[in-house]
Ligand binder design. Structure first.
Ligand SMILES: Nc1nc2c(c(=O)[nH]1)N[C@H]1C(S)=C(S)[C@@H](COP(=O)(O)O)O[C@H]1N2
Ligand SMILES: [Mo]
Length: 381
């Protein structure tokens, strides 16, 4: 049973926790997470769908570039979930201010916040479900996730502009408050912020092991566990069965290379060519990464033999009948990199069907979706 005075004090404290100071403190961390997530999201998008002018400029080095960038994208997106929830908790009483609309300006401000909140929730929700490969919606993920990111950015810039005076006033920990309550406020806010930080840290630590190998043991909540795969510890996104590739599909397999001097090779002929080893990661857009030692024929050797000009764009086609990644394109920066292989083996073993037998692409600094499996044709465009 609390005395009225105690009750008043604790509700005052509660109000303080829902004030601009808390919102700013959480907003700072949320802002950092969203900014990193946005930039790395753009990197990932343009690596997968480069506009013509960019296609030839994408670098194949550093080999770990996409792994770090996409690891950060998924990690900051996951960390943003508890931060966003805490931020919404801190500001929700404002949803019920009265009168609901005080002026045109106030109405516009509320509208911008509604757009911001809705796009942020949807963006994180679609991203999270995509990382679990669960698509319970009728639209295709990539264009919607990409478009929402811009809506979110617009809403955020507007929000920061409108709130600039408040953010400035509360940015520093010891700025003058509007209301100075006696002791008691500080520790409350501090424990709230500490709890929010701990929650963000916990979800990050228990998922980031999917791309940061040394933290693999802590990878309790991530949907994929690199290291648990059947070959080289590589997870499998699309199995050979799903892709409709089996022994009968590869019985008469030949690699066809189309260019000024087209030719075909059987698997034995490919194996007889000079082989090279490359230690490269597969970095899936969904957030997991895993390094393996690949052996195969450098793609540039295959292209030279077909008389391909050095700057040519290459089309890679898979045996797979359907599927969004059946046909992919490879800029010359990747095709000419000595580490880009048409791989036949992984960690010393012949590729299994699930990992792309008889031959697959492995290239440095590229999204996993472009590491085409079951390759049957290279074309010089
Ligand atoms: N033909 C084809 N290749 C493909 C895919 C696919 O669906 N079809 N999936 C890609 C994706 S999304 C990833 S992350 C990698 C995974 O390779 P792995 O299954 O050998 O680990 O393969 C890529 N290659
Ligand atoms: Mo992937």
């Amino acid at each position: 049973m609390k005395f009225p005075l105690q009750r008043l004090c604790s509700s005052l404290r509660d109000i303080r926790l829902h004030d601009a100071r808390t919102a700013t403190a959480i907003g700072r961390w949320l802002g950092v997470a969203v900014a990193v997530c946005f930039v790395t999201g753009l990197v990932s998008h343009y690596e997968q769908h480069p506009p013509g002018w960019l296609g030839n400029a994408l670098p194949s080095r550093p080999v770990w570039g996409y792994r770090v960038s996409q690891g950060l994208h998924v990690a900051t997106g996951i960390a943003a979930v508890p931060l966003l929830l805490a931020k919404l908790w801190a500001v929700y009483p404002r949803l019920f201010v009265w009168p609901a609309l005080r002026s045109v300006r106030h109405a516009l401000e509320r509208l911008s916040v509604a757009v911001l909140v809705a796009s942020a929730l949807l963006e994180l929700f679609t991203g999270l479900l995509n990382s679990a490969q669960w698509y319970p919606w009728p639209f295709s993920f990539v264009p919607v996730h990409f478009a929402l990111a811009w809506v979110l950015l617009g809403g955020l810039v507007l929000h920061l502009a409108v709130k600039a005076p408040e953010i400035r006033a509360h940015w520093r920990l010891h700025s003058a408050g509007t209301l100075s309550l006696p002791a008691g406020d500080g520790p409350d806010r501090r424990s709230l912020l500490r709890a929010v930080g701990a929650a963000a840290g916990a979800v990050t630590l228990t998922t980031v092991g999917q791309s940061v190998t040394p933290l693999g043991a802590l990878d309790l909540l991530a949907p994929r566990h690199p290291g648990h795969g059947t070959q080289g510890g590589l997870p499998i996104n699309r199995t050979a069965a799903l892709a409709g590739v089996d022994a009968s599909a590869v019985r008469d397999w030949r690699l066809r290379v189309d260019g000024p001097r087209p030719y075909e090779l059987t698997l034995d002929e490919l194996r007889a060519l000079p082989q090279r080893e490359a230690t490269l990661p597969i970095s899936c857009v969904e957030g997991w990464s895993r390094t393996a030692r690949w052996t195969g024929v450098p793609v540039r050797d295959l292209l030279d033999r077909a008389g391909a000009p050095p700057g040519a764009l290459i089309r890679v086609t898979s045996l797979e009948r359907h599927g969004a990644y059946r046909v992919t394109e490879m800029a010359h920066t990747y095709a000419r990199d000595p580490l880009t292989l048409l791989a036949l083996r992984v960690n010393g073993e012949v590729l299994s069907f699930d990992h792309g037998y008889p031959a697959r692409v492995i290239a440095p600094n590229r999204p996993g979706v472009l590491q085409t499996k079951w390759v049957s044709r290279l074309e010089v465009l």
